[in-house]
Write a protein that binds this ligand. Structure first.
Ligand SMILES: [Zn+2]
Ligand SMILES: [Zn+2]
Length: 323
């Protein structure tokens, strides 16, 4: 399965010793070829968030995307198989091209220096961010999500008003976020101007876009306290993180939210890539107790403060409730 921008789409993958083919099943055992990705420069990684344990991140120069296997075991098998093929393919290339230095062929080294725009980023799926990852303005039907073609983050139009020629897109001007725009300009000033020149998207209508910028244009900018911005949903050194259903009482509706525990503080988010939390709650003085009844299948637990019920949580499976 390939996790595309909005929905999951079934895809069949074929791994060869020099390339990864990805195809769409059409009818009775036939496949339509979508793309053939060379293993040269390809990277496979597990996502950093534990909740996405069936997923695999594939990064290559031409295309990068998230794959979702049917189980964690299947994911690990693919991870191992693809990593091994990349390794063997890279070794072969060194043997055939003795002129190439080892450094050049080492994917680890390449990763560190590969400049912004040299390869396709993974587009963060729409459902994983409810707010602009730069200015935290909330997305609505009219205030839409845009993807930065350089880093793959989800940003609003005000934070991605520039276009830039990216190497992997053969220098065709493409939407980039304000962070990447600055970074790309810096990159180009440092090295010789052989690749990628800034394309000033605003030039013909600069007066107009200045006006547009000054009008709130449907942007819902909430005042977010600094404390909630301290930790983003995708923080690296959290104690644990994942989706849970939460309810404020036995008859209250369930909400599906993303939770992060870091430094004994429970942070609540609407989605896993949001950069600002909805709430933060220090866990000092709180206790949890498991709810035992036939229907709950030990997926439900209570968060209590001195015997007063604070929240009820429900995990998607018994395994994650135990944690
Ligand atoms: Zn923004
Ligand atoms: Zn970017």
């Amino acid at each position: 399965m390939k996790l595309s921008r909005k929905v999951m789409q079934p895809r069949m993958f074929f791994l060869f010793n020099d390339a990864l083919l990805y195809t769409t099943p059409v009818q009775s055992g036939m496949y339509k070829l979508n793309n053939m990705l060379s293993l040269a420069g390809m990277k496979v990684k597990k996502p950093t968030q534990e909740a996405y344990q069936n997923e695999l991140n594939i990064e290559s120069v031409e295309r990068s995307f998230i794959l979702s296997a049917s189980s964690a075991t299947e994911r690990d098998e693919w991870l191992e198989a693809i990593s091994k093929s990349i390794e063997e393919y890279t070794k072969k290339r060194i043997t055939f091209n003795p002129s190439k230095s080892l450094e050049e062929a080492d994917p680890e080294k390449q990763e560190e220096d590969s400049p912004l725009g040299s390869k396709a980023p993974i587009w963060i799926p729409d459902t994983r961010a409810t707010m602009c990852m730069i200015c935290t303005s909330e997305f609505t039907l009219t205030w839409r999500r845009h993807h930065c073609r350089a880093c793959g983050k989800i940003v609003c139009q005000a934070c991605s008003s520039n276009k830039y020629g990216l190497d992997y897109m053969k220098n065709q001007p493409a939407r980039v976020c304000d962070h990447c725009f600055r970074e790309l300009q810096k990159q180009d000033n440092q090295c010789t101007p052989k690749s990628g020149s800034p394309v000033n998207h605003k030039s013909p209508s600069s007066a107009l876009s200045t006006v547009l910028h000054s009008i709130p244009s449907g942007r819902k900018q909430k005042k977010i306290p600094a404390a909630l911005k301290e930790v983003s949903a995708n923080t690296e050194d959290s104690t644990m993180s994942g989706y849970l259903h939460r309810s404020k009482g036995s008859k209250k509706p369930w909400k599906h939210l993303w939770f992060v525990i870091k430094n004994k503080v429970l942070y609540t988010y609407a989605a896993s890539e949001d950069v600002a939390a909805l709430e933060s709650q220090p866990l000092l003085g709180f206790t949890v107790s498991e709810v035992k009844d036939e229907n709950s299948e030990s997926r439900v637990f209570h968060l209590l403060h001195k015997n007063t019920l604070f929240y009820i949580f429900k995990a998607d499976d018994p395994h994650s409730a135990q944690k």
